[in-house]
Design a protein around this ligand. Structure first.
Ligand SMILES: Nc1ncnc2c1ncn2[C@@H]1O[C@H](COP(=O)(O)OP(=O)(O)OP(=O)(O)O)[C@@H](O)[C@H]1O
Ligand SMILES: [Mg+2]
Length: 224
């Protein structure tokens, strides 16, 4: 089955002299259990594409279909529910809540997902274990290393058991060894749990952990 279809998506920010065409007629298909690397220079539209795919940003034209759901046809409320249950985001720069512990950061989105409290608790503990964070579960973000923070952000993305994982620059603030560990972990979570994933990266060394590479330049997808 196809996990994701991006069909002819254009995204224009602003208007008049401030207009930016961040995505131009972008089309892309992602198979079930496929892990895709998205490469492109700064400002090429990578974060914009992930945001449109995840329903955080409405495209100017075109459609996005995740599994059997056409995201672009949903109401705002339905989109929020969709995001909480079906999509896991790891943002550029983690976005951890500074006054919540590692474990609390992982469950922070749980109230808007359809999972029960018990399901979330069980999955959180399992993910803490898999991500090697059990001993750090009660630490605040400032008491964690960069790699640990990144793993908390990955745990938070996986806790609602989403079908699609979207990861923006997971290795930007990590050294090569830690970066490799984090991406390997992400790849194994995606593969072992039957998910699909897209990872934005500038680092060509990380591409070997993915199934396929797509490049973006000035908002245009090449070999999509
Ligand atoms: N909210 C916004 N309003 C106006 N223009 C924007 C907005 N967000 C992004 N842009 C512009 O759209 C283009 C694509 O931005 P985007 O953030 O998708 O790039 P990116 O590939 O993720 O870059 P980076 O690698 O630096 O993160 C850029 O020219 C950027 O300036
Ligand atoms: Mg970006």
């Amino acid at each position: 089955m196809t996990a994701l279809i991006v069909d002819d998506v254009t995204k224009v920010y602003g208007e008049g002299h401030t207009e930016v065409r961040a995505l131009c007629n972008a089309s892309l298909e992602l198979g079930d259990n496929e892990f895709l690397a998205l490469l492109g220079p700064s400002g090429s539209g990578k974060t914009t594409l992930l945001s449109v795919i995840g329903g955080l940003l409405a495209p100017t034209s075109g459609t996005v279909t995740v599994g059997e759901i056409q995201l672009t046809a949903l109401s705002r409320k339905e989109q929020t529910r969709f995001r909480a249950n079906r999509v896991g985001f790891v943002f550029q720069g983690f976005n951890l809540v500074p006054f919540l512990t590692a474990r609390e950061n992982m469950t922070v989105m749980a109230p808007i997902s359809d999972a029960t409290r018990d399901e979330i608790e069980a999955r959180t503990d399992q993910l803490l274990e898999e991500l090697g964070l059990t001993a750090r579960r009660d630490n605040l973000p400032e008491q964690l290393s960069g790699g640990e923070r990144q793993r908390v952000a990955i745990g938070r993305a996986l806790v609602s058991d989403p079908d699609l994982i979207l990861v923006d620059e997971p290795t930007a603030s990590l050294d090569t060894e830690l970066g490799t560990q984090v991406v390997q972990l992400l790849a194994s979570e995606i593969k072992s749990r039957g998910k699909a994933g897209i990872m934005v990266t500038h680092d060509l060394r990380m591409v070997e952990f993915t199934d396929r590479t797509v490049r973006i330049l000035d908002g245009e997808l090449l070999n999509g």
